[in-house]
Design a protein around this ligand. Structure first.
Ligand code: ADP
Ligand code: MG
Length: 639
């Protein structure tokens, strides 16, 4: 068969439009052509594997599937060859001349005709086979379908304009050669180091070997008695794989050792330390994917900065798509590192598409559940090593996990189960809500907690006094995130949670009728003092009232139900956020001598202000006018 029989064909209209774009747009990321072509080669080998099940003869004594990349500097060609399924003449016409893929169709429908914005779009999508035209002025495809006669090969040639030519050829080897005739501005792809670098970056985990010809250094010939002046690399006939050719996560768990998992993690994360735990699963269901997720043993330094990124790499059918695929894991699990390999996402998926994808949503939910399950397993384990791991995890990442209370309502209960706190009975940050509930007093209807700026402030908070007196345990929350996170939590396992510095204390059945009566009496008796205080402090407080929550302190500040607490207000102010002007409620202890002194005092005003400012200091704040505070104290001391 000869050139005489070559037939001209026109591209489908959309292809012509696409090619025009590819060749006329400044492609932001030209090197992806190699990823696309290698992925096609790998697909072709996958197809042969599949068809070969029923047609072993398709292997034609050439059973080792591979992709080979070679270049010819003289001809300025770069060739990607595979010994996969190959193309028949009709398939070449159909598959390379029209657009069948949904991804590309989708892409075409988004084109605006405006060159600049379209060029941006193209960078996001990737365009499969046609991406070859980013670097090639002409592409020759030579192929022969597995199992067909050698004389039934096909040559497909196009310069990426309106048409392509197809002719029948003799082709000895099965499979496809994609020969790129490189443009003058793309000759860098004739450098083996450059090509290797790209393959390592994008295709290392293709499970087929990607081979290049081995090169050896050959010195220039030198005149007698002289040193050679230089030399060059020359290609040998030997082929060597330049990728590792086996994606760890595609192997079955039983074949992988802990060392291998650890090594893979270190490579992936650039972490020197071994991970705490990992989860490796193949998930089947509405969408199919493999997850290999790691929990590191140490928080990265930037965990709390805005730049901190999720460390999940996304693969589609073993082809690397992107780093830091933050759509695959919620923000509060951003410390998780690993790989997700989807069988369903399109190869040309962009970050923008990821956001909208249903599959991605399913994967994210699956990843979240898996990590929470692993953590739960560590927390519940009887094994001392696991318990130690959970402790390490919690001290490194506990505060990030807490963000989940506000972010992931669906998993709130599961997250709550993993949280640990110090309590008024135990300084160690080890009490879970489950433990707390088990220790609740008879008649206790709520889980009590207090938030403060530090553990000490929480522990010594005046609001805790009545709880201590009655021996009721209170959870101490002293991390920055607590105040915010607890806004989203109203109950755990059917028991309400109550912030003891918010609203009136309702001890329910823990308070007997006598105590309730005493409060009423005190409120009645102290009414004139309360009124006078309200007047004296009207700039500073919203309300003054009598309380039974205090034992040793004269007064404390509380926040109205549903209002921002003083800590949260301070946090927002520190962050430069506008804060609503909110005044706290002052509660006074009718049993306290200082409070009792108020009635008829000649220094009522000084005393009132000092009591207020002290309550402010007790919960970590500062008097608005420290100098005035000191003056008042001193004047009282001198009396
Ligand atoms: P996709 O890979 O998403 O199908 P491409 O544009 O990358 O889209 O490729 C278009 C089609 O061309 C493929 O579906 C396949 O039928 C055919 N093709 C491309 N490269 C090869 C190859 N190396 N071997 C066999 N067929 C190929
Ligand atoms: Mg493809």
């Amino acid at each position: 068969m000869s050139e005489l029989s070559a037939q001209k064909h026109s591209f489908q209209a959309e292809v012509a439009q696409l090619l025009h774009l590819v060749t006329h747009s400044l492609y932001s990321n030209p090197e992806i052509f190699l990823r696309e072509l290698i992925s096609n080669a790998s697909d072709a080998c996958d197809k042969l594997r599949f068809e070969g099940i029923n047609h072993p003869e398709y292997y034609e004594n050439d059973p080792d599937l591979h992709v080979r990349v070679h270049f010819n500097k003289d001809n300025k060609t770069l060739t990607i060859s595979d010994n996969g399924i190959g193309l028949s003449q009709q398939e070449a016409i159909d598959n390379l001349g029209t657009i069948a893929k949904s991804g590309t169709k989708d892409f075409m429908s988004k084109l605006t005709g405006d060159q600049k914005s379209d060029a941006q779009l193209i960078g996001q999508f990737g365009v499969g086979f046609y991406s070859g035209f980013i670097v090639a002025e002409k592409i020759t495809v030579e192929s022969r379908r597995a199992g067909s006669e050698q004389s039934e090969g096909v040559r497909w040639i196009s310069a990426g304009t309106g048409e392509f030519e197809v002719e029948q050829i003799n082709k000895e080897s099965r499979g496809t050669d994609i020969i790129l005739h490189l443009r003058e501005d793309a000759l860098e792809y004739l450098e083996s180091y450059k090509v290797k670098q790209i393959i390592n970056k994008y295709s290392d985990h293709i499970s087929l070997p990607i081979e290049m010809q081995k090169e050896v250094w050959q010195e220039d010939e030198a005149a007698e008695g002289e040193e050679p002046k230089g030399g060059q690399y020359v290609k040998t006939d030997e082929w060597e794989a330049i990728n590792s050719a086996s994606a760890l996560w595609t192997r079955s768990k039983s074949e992988i050792t802990d060392e291998q998992y650890t090594e893979f993690y270190k490579n992936l994360s650039h972490d020197f330390a071994a991970p705490l735990a990992w989860a490796h699963n193949r998930v089947e269901g509405s969408t199919e994917y493999t997850q290999l997720l790691y929990i590191p043993s140490k928080a990265p330094h930037d965990l709390f900065t805005r730049e901190s990124k999720a460390g999940i790499k996304l693969y589609v059918k073993r082809v690397f798509i992107m780093d830091d695929a933050d759509n695959l894991i919620p923000n509060y699990l951003r410390f998780v590192q690993g790989v997700v390999d989807s069988a369903d996402l399109p190869l040309n998926v962009s970050r923008e598409l990821l956001q909208e994808s249903r599959d991605v949503k399913t994967i994210r939910e699956g990843n979240t559940r898996r990590i929470l399950t692993v953590l739960d397993g560590l927390a519940k384990s009887e094994d001392a090593a696991d318990q130690e791991k959970f402790k390490t995890f919690y001290s490194e990442f506990g505060s990030v996990l807490k963000e989940g209370l506000g972010e992931d309502f669906g998993n709130r209960e599961r997250i709550l189960k993993l949280l640990r706190y110090a309590t008024s009975n135990n300084d160690e940050i080890s009490t879970s809500l489950v433990d707390y509930k088990a220790r609740m007093k008879e008649g206790q209807k709520a889980i009590y907690f207090v938030t403060a700026d530090s553990l000490n402030a929480a522990k010594n908070s005046p609001q805790l006094e009545v709880f201590k007196k009655k021996g009721i345990e209170v959870l101490l929350m002293s991390e920055r995130v607590d105040e915010w996170a607890m806004n989203f939590v109203h109950e755990f396992d059917g028991t309400p949670l109550q912030n003891v510095s918010k609203g009136a204390v309702d001890l329910g059945d823990l308070q007997d009728a006598e105590e309730k009566k005493a409060l009423e009496v005190a409120a009645e008796q102290f009414k004139p003092v309360v009124d006078q205080l309200s007047e004296a402090l009207k700039e500073k407080t919203k309300e003054v009232r009598v309380t039974t929550r205090l034992v040793d302190s004269p007064a404390c500040l509380v926040t109205g139900e549903g209002e921002l607490s003083p800590q949260l207000i301070r946090m927002l102010k520190d962050a430069g956020q506008p804060v609503p002007d909110m005044k706290p409620i002052l509660e006074i202890n009718p049993e306290h001598p200082l409070v009792q002194k108020l009635e008829g005092s000649a220094q009522f005003d000084d005393l009132a202000n000092v009591i207020f400012d002290q309550a402010l200091i007790a919960e970590g704040g500062l008097p608005e006018d420290p100098a005035a505070y000191i003056k008042r104290i001193n004047s009282l001391l001198l009396k």
